[in-house]
Write a protein that binds this ligand. Structure first.
Ligand code: C2E
Ligand code: MG
Ligand code: MG
Ligand code: MG
Length: 270
């Protein structure tokens, strides 16, 4: 019976897979056009310190599709990564962010860099050029990367990170704790910050094993002299619990959702 069920599941799966392939193909074409038509929108989400003061932002891209409306990054970043379209898209996000920096010199700006973008041999030069073109202060720029990227290509990554760090740029490990890797890379690479993944924050303070994990991550970070940002802080109870662990840098809906860059920056001015 199990075998039969398996077979019938498979039969049902085929046409839907065909459809998925078609949808993907269609999306890829639209993504190409979107790049030419500049249908992307830069959103920023605030990062706050213990005073509740916004000290920085993270750039989060959205796709303003003419018919489908605003599309979140999870729906197109993986495809952009697979097709290489992440290179022009990532460059666009970086450039749009750097353009904002000279007029907001007090803020730190963080940009997500995908593995393919970071591995592009031209990446360091592109960053240098964009810094020159925009006049952005590299000391206010953080690049968010995931640990998987650093582990699978350790030698290259560390070289590239060192070159960028020399320019004044900082590095943050995004989605920290989800990568199941050894922690030894943390002390071998020029990393400044860990961002604790939202999955560890969302059930705080009730979930005692998550609480213990966050406490452990704080201890690791303190030991290695790394800053820590908690992602996805949504409630006052989460905030207070994190404060009790001396985890003071927060990002999440409790403080503000991502919003169009100009909108957030205008609000921060008053
Ligand atoms: P991420 O870098 O880990 O960004 C954090 C995500 O968590 C964002 O989702 C943000 O909107 C969401 N978030 C923040 N606070 C809360 C909260 O309190 N509750 C909940 N439920 N969610 C919260 P978003 O904007 O949909 O982006 C998803 C992912 O897409 C990002 O995860 C990042 O990996 C990727 N991404 C976004 N923009 C870019 C980009 O310009 N380049 C690259 N390579 N990836 C990007
Ligand atoms: Mg991020
Ligand atoms: Mg993250
Ligand atoms: Mg995340």
């Amino acid at each position: 019976a199990a075998k039969e069920a398996g077979r019938s599941t498979w039969r049902c799966f085929e046409p839907s897979m065909q459809k998925q392939v078609e949808k993907r193909f269609e999306l890829e074409g639209e993504l190409r056009k979107a790049l030419e038509a500049e249908q992307f929108v830069l959103y920023l989400q605030p990062k706050t310190n213990r005073d509740g003061h916004v000290y920085g932002t993270e750039s989060l891209v959205r796709w303003q599709h003419p018919e489908k409306g605003l599309i979140p990054p999870d729906a197109f970043i993986p495809l952009a990564e697979d097709t290489g379209l992440i290179l022009p898209l990532g460059e666009w996000v970086l450039k749009e962010t750097l353009k904002l920096m000279p007029t907001h010199p007090q803020l730190c700006f963080a940009v997500n860099i995908s593995p393919r973008q970071f591995r592009n041999p031209d990446f360091v030069n592109r960053v240098k050029t964009l810094l020159e073109e925009t006049g952005a202060d590299p000391n206010k720029l953080t690049l968010e990367v995931t640990e998987g990227l650093l582990i699978t290509d350790f030698k290259q990554s560390s070289k590239r990170m060192a070159a960028l760090q020399q320019l004044g740029i900082s590095f943050s490990i995004d989605d920290f704790g989800t990568g199941y890797s050894s922690l030894s890379y943390l002390k071998k690479l020029p990393i400044n910050e860990l961002k604790i993944d939202r999955s560890f924050i969302k059930d705080l303070p009730e979930d005692t094993s998550d609480a213990l994990l966050v406490e452990t991550m704080m201890a690791v970070a303190q030991h290695l002299d790394l800053a820590v940002v908690a992602e996805g802080v949504e409630t006052q109870a989460q905030r207070d619990f994190l404060y009790s662990l001396d985890c003071n840098l927060h990002q999440g809906y409790f403080y503000g959702k991502p919003e169009p860059a100009a909108q957030l920056l205008a609000r921060l001015k008053d």
